[in-house]
Design a protein around this ligand. Structure first.
Ligand SMILES: [Zn+2]
Length: 476
């Protein structure tokens, strides 16, 4: 284990520099070309075999190290992400919302995926180093997964079967606290509703026109009535993406609305999507418009694996308390001062038993793990689709001032901080230790697989994106 400590100490500066470079690139979904290439070059230099263009996605790749024969041991996969978020360009370290002069683009790493992907990479090369030193057997994989944000990259990859022979998948997510990612997440479906009417002069010949914008408005009204009669944990969001022009004196011939439908389980999301489509058909009938429904993307609900979670939790605890220096502590205090009480409360509430009424600037401990808790995180992740294919576990690791919300300028601003770097290295150590335990105790992998079968209730994984839906970036 001492050798591994040395490895982490030696490699941390290189990995930190890689994460920082990706933060600066801030590339958006399916366009993470330079970020993916940085990972590919470094993993290839570490002796990993690279498969590019995985699932037909130019910014998805797989890196593998280890034997390929029957006795090459389990396939241990680390999932990495590197996509940024649009509209979140922010100057590093600034305590106010200030667009950066260094990166002229409009995007920013508002979900810390520059840390996420680099830490998973770090874990892959650390496991490789451990196996080389110990003679242990496993095939180590790093999956470069693009477009987690709004692109369902992993769901398209799962549809193509790229995770089918993986024995265990491990990953993590940067956060403002540390613990097992033990919440389930919502399944979702996203689709475009395009209405086609008929243009006419709105004053001279209104009776000859058929308004596509009316259809969009009626669809939205209909869906807003539907809300009262849908499962309480379901969510429906929409954005009008084409209002049909800016001239009120022209009856709008084309209008478009994008819907994102979420529910606790895949089957519930699919059923709700059907009902939303019926509302759209009703709006088309009322307005005598034609309707095109274009399926955009989907992802599954996350399946927990308590066998893996227990190992992960033990490794988080084994790391001991997070210690940051006085300068980082002060920085965290300053950032926390920019948050609202509600921001902090949203993170504090589930951690009440460890916080005991105090609000730390840096969360130093580990949240308790209760396998019986059934908490839902009201959001979605495409890691969920991997969790249906192979046993999957994720950790949250503190990288930001306690209470920092996801997708905020404060999170972008802290992306290059000492705390972010420390969390990134810590996550790599935890993922590596978890993987080593699984390699040493193959019975845990068998147990995790049996648990997955049970959670799937004997059903195979059915990708929520139909086979004929094209990859998002190939569409006109
Ligand atoms: Zn994220």
């Amino acid at each position: 284990m001492d050798q591994l400590q040395d490895f982490f100490t030696r490699e941390a500066p290189r990995m930190t520099a890689l994460a920082d470079q990706i933060w600066k690139l801030a590339e958006l979904r399916y366009a993470e070309t330079a970020s993916a290439q940085l990972h590919i070059d470094a993993l290839a230099a570490s002796g990993f075999r690279i498969t590019k263009n995985v699932a037909g996605i130019p910014t998805a790749f797989m890196a593998e190290w280890g034997g390929t024969g029957n006795d090459s041991g389990p396939v241990i996969a680390f999932l990495g992400e590197y996509d940024a978020l649009s509209g979140l360009n922010q100057q590093s370290g600034a305590l106010v919302c200030t667009p950066s002069v260094d990166s002229p683009g409009l995007a920013g790493h508002g979900c810390g995926h520059h840390l996420l992907g680099t830490s998973a990479h770090f874990a892959a090369i650390a496991l490789q180093a451990h196996l080389q030193a110990s003679g242990g057997k496993a095939r180590v994989r790093y999956y470069g997964c693009p477009a987690e944000e709004g692109g369902s990259g992993k769901t398209f990859m799962a549809r193509a079967g790229v995770f089918d022979d993986v024995d265990v998948a491990l990953t993590w997510h940067p956060a403002s606290y540390t613990g097992v990612f033990s919440q389930s997440t919502l399944a979702n479906v996203q689709a475009k509703f395009i209405f086609h009417g008929k243009a006419s002069h709105a004053a001279h010949s209104p009776h000859l026109g058929r308004s596509a914008l009316d259809a969009v408005e009626l669809m939205n009204v209909g869906v807003n009535y539907l809300r009262e009669h849908m499962p309480p944990d379901a969510r429906v969001h929409y954005a009008v993406t084409d209002t049909g022009g800016t001239s009120p004196n022209v009856v709008q011939a084309r209008a478009e609305v994008l819907y994102l439908i979420r529910a606790v389980r895949n089957d519930e999301a699919a059923a709700l999507y059907e009902r939303v489509q019926n509302v759209a058909r009703g709006a088309a009938l009322m307005t005598e418009c034609k309707l095109d429904i274009v399926f955009d993307k989907a992802c599954s609900n996350l399946l927990q694996n308590s066998t893996l979670n227990a190992v992960l939790h033990a490794k988080l605890l084994a790391e001991g308390k997070l210690k940051v220096n006085a300068a980082e502590q002060t920085k965290a205090v300053d950032f926390q001062a920019t948050l609202t009480a509600s921001d902090i409360d949203a993170v504090s509430r589930p951690l009440a038993s460890v916080l005991r009424g105090k609000t730390p600037a840096v969360f130093e401990g580990v949240a308790p793990y209760d396998p019986a808790a059934r908490e839902v995180l009201f959001g979605s992740t495409d890691v969920a689709d991997v969790s249906w294919v192979t046993p999957t576990a994720q950790a949250w690791v503190a990288c930001f001032a306690f209470g920092t919300p996801m997708h905020s300028w404060q999170l972008v601003s802290q992306g290059l901080s000492g705390l972010a770097h420390a969390g990134m290295v810590r996550a790599a150590r935890v993922l590596t230790a978890t993987a080593i335990e699984l390699v040493n105790k193959p019975e845990l992998i068998e147990q995790a697989k049996a648990e997955l079968l049970e959670r799937r209730q004997g059903k195979p994984y059915a990708c929520p994106i139909p086979a004929d839906v094209p990859l998002p970036f190939t569409r006109a």
